[in-house]
Write a protein that binds this ligand. Structure first.
Ligand code: ATP
Ligand code: MG
Length: 692
């Protein structure tokens, strides 16, 4: 497909995709760049030292038209206003909001709860509200804390605020962060009250297990004990609260070890601030005095300790607490989140205003109804953007044919083949029905291991994709070891890392001193380069792209080693997601939370995958699994495919699953009858072959 080849070349040239992705017209309206415009605009964007394109301010319309005539004849596209300027025209903040959204944005003092379904603009309302507080109510940005679920979401919110406020400085003064990043900011200031030193580190799950192993815990118990420790921390229990003596002993020993190692584990980042706020009223009042406005996105997924933290900062009816969420989208119960906190908001703050939003700006009516069926909500309780097209359920023989189905469908849709040509019920003239770019597609999986087959098929079809797995790439080998070495070389006190790396034969004791010496005065990117060259030469050649991305992150941390290591410790897989690159998005259902795509495939809709039942030692909550499917389905704006396979090879075994019972809930009128297009086409091809 020619259009696709165009795009591939583009990616090879290193399109970054983060800037130049929107254009703002004179009247304040903003639109996405079409892919052709981006192709043209990108090389014009100025590159700064850190290799990131700067926003494009002017657009050479004549040259674009010429180029279009000569080289890009394939797309019918709108020509941008030649005078457009990215930052000079600021839209009226609440201009495009509907009356319900406006009401929520304009909520004045005291607690408020926004309860609304997917795509109703909750996150948008929260962002506009912050801009509005600053711009129209004169609130000092430093008095505002916005809590997002991922670092990526925080980054995006900050970018939106910069545009809404037309003022980057003010946008940066707002504290927009995840719970963990907020906790870290408290600990950076008050580490000494926890027995740590200034240059404390943060350990991840893997390192936590190492610490436990080195404290004499049996290998087979490490995983269970690690979970147990997390649970104790997430429930804010003290040693006295732990009834089992043995566990209490291990917990105490572990906590002491962390102090010795001058480190915090991931759970500590939130529970220590809560302890500090409880123990030192002065510290708490410092934060309460500063953070007078607190806004929390995805409140349905807070756990007890996060809930407590918010309660400490915002204890009563006078608190300016603004939380938004959707109980039907609660999917983190397995990590200790509890939907009851959003349900009891009204008990906590009896005078809270509750706002409901009724219109979905994302999903079509068909998608809203079908996803409503799955969670047994009265289908269609939200108004969709337009009627849309029916969804498609595809049954396949194996996981390979499922992957093949997905890849071929993407190929057909991007190639403009009217896959839905029989169904013309998408409102004429709405731009939404068009697939413009590979980034319009998402393939969502319940577990990371399902992705192997899909990746292979996408590769076979030469369809570029970006994969957001369960772990960020830098927590996977060989990049993980490079970072471990960097951590160790910059902090030789890190005994457990030292033991681990020597045991793994990555470094010898003697070499370590030489390494420390050699990188001492180097810049971060040079350090990484040195380590990679010296210890991972072949791996570097074989994983060129991974190492390049690592360098990019180093640049983003402004070559500050401490910041780099910390940002890596707080990172999750979805933080790596780039919204506008020309690639299909392959991600887990969990990672897709809050995002939206024109066309969504949910792979593995089987009884065993979703709901998932293959855990070794725990059972999943079927209601949470149902909500997870709901979250996945409601990521789709227009096209939704639910695929399943009769046989599936997974984790070295063959499984035969039934179709997911959740699919049976969907009214048949919403589902398009299976067309046999592929088979017929294939047959034709065979016939032709015979003729020759
Ligand atoms: P989720 O529950 O999935 O987190 P949400 O309620 O947070 O969804 P948003 O992501 O804020 O919804 O909005 C969904 C989409 O609808 C976004 O593309 C947003 O820009 C758009 N949108 C929201 N409100 C409006 C509006 N009034 N006019 C036009 N577009 C809107
Ligand atoms: Mg949202």
């Amino acid at each position: 497909i020619r259009r696709m080849r165009n795009r591939e070349v583009y990616i090879k040239e290193g399109y970054d995709g983060e800037y130049g992705a929107i254009k703002v017209f004179k009247d304040g309206e903003s639109k996405d760049f079409t892919s052709q415009e981006r192709l043209f605009a990108e090389p014009q964007a100025k590159y700064e030292n850190n290799n990131k394109p700067k926003p494009l301010i002017s657009f050479d319309i004549k040259a674009f038209q010429e180029l279009k005539k000569e080289k890009l004849p394939l797309e019918k596209e709108e020509i941008p206003d030649p005078t457009f300027n990215l930052f000079s025209q600021i839209p009226d903040l609440t201009k495009d909001l509907n009356p319900e959204q406006k009401l929520a944005v304009d909520h004045d003092y005291g607690p408020a709860l926004i309860l609304a379904g997917p795509g109703t603009g909750k996150t948008k309302v929260l962002t506009v509200r912050i801009a509005n507080l600053i711009k129209n109510s004169g609130i000092d940005p430093e008095n505002i804390l916005a809590v997002t679920f991922t670092n990526k979401a925080a980054e995006e919110m900050r970018e939106r605020l910069t545009i809404l406020l037309d003022n980057q400085e003010k946008a940066l003064q707002v504290q927009v962060s995840t719970f963990h990043a907020f906790g870290l900011s408290v600990l950076k200031k008050y580490f000494s009250k926890t027995g740590r030193e200034k240059n404390f580190t943060i350990i991840d799950e893997d390192e936590k297990r190492q610490v436990l192993l080195q404290s004499g815990i049996d290998k087979q118990d490490v995983s269970a004990i690690s979970k147990c420790i997390s649970k104790i921390k997430q429930e804010l229990k003290s040693i006295e609260d732990i009834s089992e003596k043995e566990i209490a002993g291990i917990f105490k020993m572990y906590q002491e070890k962390l102090i010795k190692l001058n480190t915090f584990d991931f759970d500590d980042l939130i529970c220590f601030p809560v302890y500090l706020f409880d123990k030192y009223p002065k510290i708490l009042s410092e934060y309460k005095n500063r953070l007078k406005w607190v806004l929390v996105d995805e409140y349905q997924d807070v756990n007890f300790v996060q809930y407590r933290l918010i309660r400490q900062l915002m204890p009563d009816e006078n608190s300016n607490l603004f939380v938004i969420g959707d109980p039907n989208q609660a999917i983190y119960g397995f990590r200790g989140a509890d939907v009851k906190f959003i349900q009891q908001f009204h008990n906590d703050y009896s005078k809270a205003n509750v706002y409901n939003l009724k219109k979905s700006y994302r999903c079509s009516d068909f998608i809203l109804k079908a996803s409503g069926n799955v969670i047994s909500a009265s289908g269609g309780f939200l108004d969709g953007l337009h009627k849309g097209v029916k969804l498609k359920i595809s049954e396949n023989a194996t996981e390979k044919s499922e992957a093949e189905f997905i890849s071929r469908t993407i190929e057909q849709m991007i190639g403009g083949v009217g896959f839905f040509s029989m169904d013309s019920s998408v409102a004429e003239g709405t731009k939404e029905k068009e697939i413009e770019s590979l980034s319009d597609f998402a393939v969502l999986c319940r577990i990371g291991r399902q992705m192997n087959a899909i990746e292979k098929a996408l590769k076979d079809h030469r369809i570029p994709y970006q994969k957001i797995g369960e772990e960020p790439f830098y927590k996977q080998e060989p990049v993980k070891s490079v970072i471990d070495l960097l951590k160790l070389a910059t902090n030789p006190e890190n005994i457990f890392l030292k033991e681990k790396l020597i045991k793994k034969k990555i470094i010898k004791e003697m070499e370590l001193e030489i390494l420390e010496e050699s990188i001492k005065d180097k810049q971060l990117s040079a350090m990484i380069d040195f380590i990679a060259e010296k210890f991972f030469k072949t791996e570097k050649v074989n994983n060129e792209l991974l190492f390049k991305r690592l360098e990019e992150i180093a640049c983003e941390s402004k070559n500050n080693t401490e910041q780099f290591i910390r940002s890596i410790s707080l990172g999750t897989a979805v933080d790596e997601w780039k919204p506008n690159i020309e690639a299909v998005n392959l991600m887990t259902l969990h990672a897709s939370k809050g995002l939206e795509f024109n066309c969504v495939f949910i792979a593995g809709c089987e009884d065993g995958i979703i709901p998932y039942s293959l855990f070794d030692n725990k059972i999943s909550d079927p209601e949470e699994e149902r909500r997870l499917l709901y979250v996945g389905m409601t990521r789709a704006k227009n096209y939704l495919f639910l695929t399943h396979a009769k046989k599936r090879f997974l984790m070295g075994k063959e499984y035969q699953f039934e179709r997911s019972p959740f699919l049976n809930k969907i009214e048949t009128e919403l589902i398009e009858a299976q067309k046999q297009e592929y088979k017929q086409k294939e047959k034709k091809k065979d016939d032709q072959l015979k003729l020759f």
